[in-house]
Design a binder for this molecule. Structure first.
Ligand code: N2P
Length: 344
């Protein structure tokens, strides 16, 4: 008997690492703070697939990593203009909709967007606007214009996004130009404005904007709407506005890179994220507006729609524009961003 037990124990010792090696894995690359951690646990429990999870802060960082080709991810979360670029560069693969039945939960109005008109490569995940998050106790009047971000009342009291496309777009709007402009003269204006603003900026941040604004470290910040929702839930003196001059509206989606190793696992994961209960739970943690009608019903449509941040009135949406992929002119953006940042 003792011998048998010992033999079994020895066998287990030898086999365990082998079993671990054989476990199916799924490699996911997402924005920081962009999933409820419990959603990952639940997926692992239900499917037995182990998720290897990494995060990025901007579309450009994510793109650089994928385009270099050294890494392989099974699931990524690009935004509209980046999806357009990655489709053109053959970096994404078509999705087999038969394996994503929960796509039925996604509101029709989010399907067939310009960046993926045939809806072949992307599954809508979240959406939102860019705007100003402000501390009502630190501003005299609620901001209504982007000019607030050039107001020296907020000297060293403002936070900007460390994200080239977003920050340059807002500078273009402040100069009265189109937020997708590739006119070198317009971009020169935007660059000069950001260089002029720079001494007033406390920090260029992405995910850290939340802790800083919740903690009252700055009066105003350029943020994405979902981060505003997150902060406003934590600190009631914070509020959010999409300035009157207009802004960007973005659609973040789920895609499978062309070189993914575990496509069937990726499909299971995407379908899981589209499930009503999972999308609802995810929304409560992440804070970004969701395109999932079934999840919104679960959350209570009335309460969900009551948020002007995640459900902006039509007149605000009418003034918002989606980023387009700008082809080779993207280089102009990279150049001026380097100039702005190196001014420090
Ligand atoms: C989440 C970042 C959201 C991305 N931290 C906005 N497109």
């Amino acid at each position: 008997m003792k011998k048998t037990i010992l033999a079994l124990a020895a066998l287990a010792l030898v086999c365990c690492p082998l079993l671990a090696l054989a476990q199916e894995t799924l490699s996911v690359y997402n924005w920081g703070d962009y999933i409820e951690p419990e959603v990952l646990d639940l997926f692992e429990e239900e499917t037995g697939i182990k998720v290897i999870y990494e995060t990025f802060e901007t579309n450009e960082d994510m793109y650089a990593k994928i385009a270099m080709g050294g890494s392989s991810y099974d699931v990524i979360f690009p935004s509209d203009y980046m999806i357009e670029r990655m489709i053109q560069e053959n970096l994404l693969q078509k999705i087999n909709w038969e394996n994503i039945p929960n796509i039925a939960n996604i509101d029709e109005r989010f399907l067939h967007e310009d960046y993926d008109p045939e809806m072949a490569y992307s599954v809508p995940y979240t959406w939102g606007t860019m705007g100003i998050l402000y501390n009502t106790e630190m501003v005299e009047e609620a901001p209504t214009s982007w000019a607030t971000l050039m107001d020296d009342t907020y000297y060293m009291d403002m936070l900007m996004l460390n994200s080239p496309r977003d920050t340059i777009a807002i500078a273009l709007v402040m100069c009265g130009h189109d937020l997708n402009s590739v006119d070198p003269a317009d971009l020169e204006d935007a660059k000069n404005l950001l260089i002029e603003q720079k001494p007033m900026v406390l920090a260029y941040v992405v995910d850290e904007v939340k802790d800083k604004m919740i903690g009252g470290e700055a009066a105003v910040a350029l943020v994405w709407s979902g981060d505003a929702t997150f902060c406003m839930d934590e600190n009631e003196v914070l509020d959010y506005v999409v300035p009157q001059e207009g802004s960007n509206i973005f659609y973040d989606s789920i895609c499978i890179p062309a070189n993914a190793k575990n496509v069937s696992g990726a499909e299971k994961f995407i379908d899981f994220l589209c499930r009503a209960d999972i999308a609802a739970m995810n929304y409560e943690y992440v804070g970004y507006a969701i395109p999932n009608t079934a999840a919104i019903e679960l959350l209570g449509a009335e309460e969900y729609n009551a948020s002007p941040v995640n459900n902006p009135p039509q007149e605000v949406l009418d003034k918002c524009e989606v980023f387009k992929y700008l082809g080779d002119d993207t280089k102009l953006y990279d150049q001026i961003w380097t100039e702005i940042i190196s001014e420090f």
